[in-house]
Design a protein around this ligand. Sequence first.
Ligand SMILES: Cc1cc2ncn([C@H]3O[C@H](COP(=O)(O)O)[C@@H](O)[C@H]3O)c2cc1C
Ligand SMILES: O=C(O)c1cccnc1
Length: 359
Amino acid sequence: MPDEGLGRVRPERNEIDMNATTPLAPFSTLAEFREILAAAPDCDQAARDAAEARNDRLTKPPRSLGRLDDLAIWLSGWQGTPKPAVDNPQISVFAGNHGVTQRGVSAYPAEVTEQMVLNFQAGGAAINQIARSVGARLTVHAIDLDRPTADFTQGPAMTEAECVAALAVGWNALLAGTDLLVAGEMGIGNTTAAAAIATALFGGEPRDWVGRGTGVDESGMSRKAEAIAEGLAANPVASEDPLEALRCLGGREIAAMAGIIARARVERVPVILDGFICTAAAAVLAKAVPGAIDHAQAGHQSAEAAHRNMLLRLELDPILTLGMRLGEASGAGVAIGVVRAAAACQSGMASFAEAGVTG
Ligand SMILES: Cc1cc2ncn([C@H]3O[C@H](COP(=O)(O)O)[C@@H](O)[C@H]3O)c2cc1C
Ligand SMILES: O=C(O)c1cccnc1
């Protein structure tokens, strides 16, 4: 990874795709995408069983590493080995623009999305520093930033072709050799899109799912809830089909996160989810296909108010709770260090027999 000597690490230039065109993918409709996801193999149960047996023999009271033991066994199942490793973690950040920003739903203007992509490129964002600190390869994918999605209060945010193209950007972004994947996002207005998806998937009132995002005040919260109510009324199909919720209410970066998380499921690559928007992308998959996010752990619980509720609905237990509310894959990026420690203990510790310790 190039280092500018300023303590900054930027992604390789050719990994910043400022104007992605439709890449090839094995699906050309949402129905085909769902079928491929539904056919994904489960984890390697034999490797998981072997990992549990190995874990019980390591020089510690049984399960005394708590969540680390759980993470190690989970990793083992998806990596297909009782000795898992986090040698080659990948962080991919997807960026998209949202038509719903014209409803005054963010504390920042839409042009910040592209400006932040340039900041990622220059190595100046939080995620650049976090990726470096955990030794992760960072890729950034700006998806049609000059073509915001349609304002979902007026009709579907995306056509099926647009949604499929964004899914394909994510699908094709998984790098060979990645042993742990983190997906994240940049898109001004996307806490409103994610809250709209959550309302469609889980029900309840828009108010239950909106939060302050980049820091809107009470009237901003009301504008978010109103936009979501109008979006649900304008897109009735969104409440009936999870992938339609993604298409009608989501955005390109949310679809791309869903695409790479799905690809990881098919390739049996373990995933750490980031905050509110990333979890909404995962929720679409979980609702579309049972078991679709069995390969994923929640990296953290965001300070975005409704994230806790979304994690509860998905039966996900966050690894960290640090009061973060940034996105960009930042919370999940930090959690890579925890997951790596879990893998190191599972794979590197001596057994009672090896160490001559009385068990
Ligand atoms: C400078 C800046 C950097 C960011 N990095 C992530 N986000 C986060 O904030 C946005 C969502 O919040 P909302 O729905 O309120 O617009 C997303 O881009 C998300 O990634 C940022 C936001 C800003 C302003
Ligand atoms: O939870 C997140 O990831 C989040 C929260 C607020 C703004 N952007 C991202």
